[in-house]
Design a protein around this ligand. Structure first.
Ligand SMILES: [Zn+2]
Length: 340
């Protein structure tokens, strides 16, 4: 029996040298020390031994068991340390390697322009109101005092969805919605997409952007309109900018005017950009709200008056950033957009 026990010890230690992972180590423990292991098998024959031999063999067996157990434990520790070291090595971060830079982008020049315009008007006490891009014919034309034979109502100028709905041709229907919902007094602006049946060229696009403003209150006059727009233009383009008002016609305002602004490039001196006249033409349209429009929205035109103005945001962005082709704003070419 002694020989058998010694044999188990040497076998176990010999196998230990070939162990390469924790699973093999565990298998080895079960094979030699487990309930059905080699050592247990030998100890079953204890009964055949003489009473004198039994304690001696028992002691030997216990020694061999602890020896193998100790060996297994120390091998296990070594393996775990090695594993840990390898893991640390693999996960080591080299902070000297430069990181991949992510281009997170920025606002489109058109949106920047809208935000800048909105901020200006908010600072002047205006509220931002939004409206749908698909509008009723009623809000887009009728309530705005367009006669039924007005040329812009023509099928060739307007995208109709059906007899009652269309893609709004201007942001003015938002004024109608605001007056109907909020009544007077009112001070609002609205910016957004508008649609007209235009062929694409350097300055035209079937989809373009407008910003409109409306003030309705008691005792509002043309003087309030001119003062407000003058402040706005000076804030946007500079203190030395001048405005001039040319009579015009819009169905929804009376009187109406188109506003010219000092040439942005030369500030009025005269340059090739303005054909040496010193003015940027037709930057804004404006006027006193037609009494019919107020009445259409349930506002007493005897008590209240108002002024309204509108501008093409695309045109302002083009003037502001020196862009000579409106297509560039909508083509989303990164080489162009990265410049802003
Ligand atoms: Zn000029």
């Amino acid at each position: 029996m002694k020989e058998k026990l010694e044999q188990i010890r040497s076998l176990a230690l010999k196998y230990m040298d070939d162990i390469s992972n924790l699973k093999e180590l565990d298998d080895l423990r079960i094979k030699f020390l487990g309930k059905k292991g080699e050592l247990t098998k030998v100890l079953r024959d204890m009964g055949k031994l003489s009473p004198e031999e039994r304690p001696v063999m028992g002691k030997l067996a216990n020694n061999i068991r602890s020896e193998i157990e100790e060996e297994i434990n120390s091998t296990k520790e070594q393996m775990q340390t090695k594993l840990k070291e390898r893991k640390l090595k693999e996960e080591k971060i080299d902070i000297t390697i430069s990181s991949k830079s992510q281009n997170i982008g920025h606002r489109h020049p058109l949106l920047s322009t809208i935000k800048e315009l909105e901020d200006l008007f908010i600072s002047m006490g205006f509220t931002i109101v939004n409206g749908p891009e698909i509008e009723t014919v009623e809000n887009n034309f009728e309530a705005l005092n367009f006669p039924s034979n007005h040329p812009s109502r023509d099928l060739s100028d307007t995208f109709y969805v059906n007899d009652d709905l269309l893609l709004r041709t201007h942001t003015s229907p938002v004024q109608i919605r605001a007056m109907k919902e909020m009544g007077a007094p009112l001070r609002m602006i609205s910016a957004g997409r508008t649609f007209r049946f235009d062929d694409v060229d350097d300055t035209h696009s079937p989809m373009f952007h407008q910003l409109e403003g409306l003030v309705v209150d008691e005792n509002i006059t043309m003087a309030n309109l001119i003062h407000t727009l003058d402040i706005f233009i000076k804030e946007l383009f500079g203190e030395d900018m001048k405005t001039r008002y040319r009579p015009h016609h819009f169905p929804f305002t009376e009187p109406s005017a188109e506003v010219d602004v000092s040439c942005i490039a030369c500030h009025g001196e005269g340059c090739p950009a303005c054909n040496y006249i010193g003015w940027s033409m037709e930057l804004l349209g404006c006027g006193m709200v037609h009494p019919n429009v107020l009445e259409n929205c349930g506002i007493d035109s005897e008590k209240y008056t108002g002024f309204a103005f509108g501008m093409g945001v695309d045109r302002i962005a083009m003037v502001k950033y020196g862009i000579d082709n409106i297509r560039l704003l909508f083509e989303n070419d990164n080489r162009f957009l990265e410049q802003f």
